[in-house]
Ligand binder design. Structure first.
Ligand code: HAM
Length: 439
């Protein structure tokens, strides 16, 4: 018979690994909240056009990686004048990232009317139809942050967001994350620089790789961070710093000064452009060593002031927006851990005869009601085999119910670490365990 396997580019997070994920997410939430960010949860699928419009029709994510859903749904016949059931189609896509959906929700729920600056974070799965390899998955998880608000463009906010990304990575155990930053300038700067770049690159177009020759018209900025050696040489001969306008240069200088003031080390990388269209001004990428190989970006982000208007924001308001996302699977690769077999329960209960099992069940439920985590062997077995199960469950104490115990209305309590054992009256077992577990 055919068996099923997990879809390519996705993975199960098994019970041995979930404690690490839980701890990571707990810590991430705590740190984001300590910076004044609040959690937002949006659907994992959205109107496909939301992504097409926000990420850029020419980007790889939209062109090659969107996992689109076509949902067919029976529409209820209208009360009157209906021509019966008909199928209507809605086009959705699984979200490839979180920013577009957060902006959609920000506008749809008029968050700008509720608070002057919305500081939001999210943790959850994202989907891209990539060619899977180590650190590059089709379903992966991000911890993301977005700060959006009218007139909120402040270089200090750029610095706060970048500092938060670095703080998170360090607290989550990533050693020496490397931060690269750049500025793409304002929307006008970007348009002017595109024309300038196209003009310069046209002179050496034949030296560019086929992909960059194709990108040349569609998204000339991407030529700047192409990994092809010949493209790198062309770019190096052309671009030292992007020719930004004076206000954009000043803004970027203030971001750098603020990062210096809080001692966040960074390198300015004039060729860093990022693969999403919505960025203007500050962009950044954080890499790490460890087992990441070529997929070494553990996080990335930037400013995207123009996106709020593009998705329907009030044209009279000037919005500021900046954020980042960290890849959880890549963080796990960087810290070199994928699972921590942590203790499952505090107490494991063993009935030495089948007829004692109802008593074991009763005691187990009593303990749980008192807040003590407990489990038991539902199929019984020898003392040795049940002890093995108690060990596997990570129990600190095992409770043994044997013939003597039943006769004396007691329970044998074994400390699994020291192997010492004592007899405790059945009626006092909860109090006893509360005491020993807290010492
Ligand atoms: P991104 O650079 O596409 O940016 O993704 C951010 C991070 O998600 C990457 O640095 C990487 O760690 C992780 N990641 C991306 N794709 C994959 C994949 N296929 N497999 C495993 N991990 C992956 C964004 O998503 C933007 N929304 C970030 C942002 C937020 N910019 C402003 N606000």
């Amino acid at each position: 018979m055919n068996t099923f396997t997990v879809p390519r580019g996705t993975s199960d997070i098994l019970p041995d690994a979930t404690p690490l994920w839980e701890a990571l997410e707990f810590l991430a939430r705590k740190i984001c909240k300590s910076y004044g960010y609040r959690e937002i949860r949006t659907p994992i699928f959205e109107d496909v056009n939301l992504f097409k419009r926000s990420l850029g029709a020419t980007t790889d994510i939209v062109n090659k990686q969107l996992l689109e859903l076509v949902s067919s749904q029976r529409e209820k016949p209208a009360e009157s004048g209906s021509n019966g059931d008909r199928i209507f189609l809605n086009e959705y896509a699984l979200r490839p990232e979180g920013t577009a959906a957060v902006v959609r929700s920000y506008l749809e729920n008029s968050l700008d009317k509720i608070e002057p600056l919305s500081k939001l974070f999210y943790i959850g799965p994202m989907f891209r139809g990539e060619r899977p390899q180590k650190g590059r998955l089709r379903q992966f998880h991000q911890i993301g942050v977005e700060a959006i608000g009218p007139n909120s463009s402040s270089p200090l906010l750029d610095a706060e967001v970048i500092t938060l990304a670095m703080h998170l990575l360090k607290e989550l155990g990533v050693k020496e994350p490397q931060l690269k930053i750049n500025s793409l300038g304002s929307k006008e700067d970007k348009a002017r620089i595109s024309t300038w770049l196209r003009g310069e690159l046209a002179k050496q177009k034949e030296r560019l790789c086929p992909e960059c020759q194709a990108r040349f018209e569609r998204n000339v900025f991407r030529v700047l961070d192409c990994k092809n050696e010949s493209c790198k040489k062309v770019v190096a001969s052309l671009v030292k710093d992007l020719p930004l306008s004076t206000p954009s240069q000043e803004y970027f200088a203030q971001v750098q000064a603020a990062l210096n003031s809080v001692k966040v080390p960074f390198e300015v990388s004039p060729h860093l452009v990022r693969g999403l269209d919505y960025y203007t001004h500050t962009v950044f990428e954080i890499t790490a060593a460890g087992e990441l190989g070529s997929q070494d970006a553990v996080g990335a982000g930037g400013r995207y002031n123009g996106l709020v208007h593009e998705l329907g924001g009030n044209p009279k308001v000037s919005y500021g927006a900046i954020g980042f996302a960290l890849g959880i699977e890549r963080i796990l690769l960087a810290i070199g851990e994928s699972s921590v077999p942590l203790s499952g329960v505090a107490v494991y209960i063993m009935a030495m005869k089948e007829e004692y099992q109802p008593l074991a069940f009763l005691v187990m439920q009593l303990l749980r009601k008192s807040g003590i985590s407990a489990d038991m062997s539902f199929i019984g077995g020898s003392m040795k085999s049940q002890m093995g199960k108690a060990d596997k469950a990570g129990a600190r104490f095992s409770l043994i119910i044997g013939e003597d115990e039943v006769k004396n209305n007691s329970i044998a309590v074994k400390n699994m670490e020291t192997s010492t054992q004592e007899s405790v009256a059945l009626g006092g077992i909860v109090e006893h365990l509360i005491k020993v577990l807290s010492s």
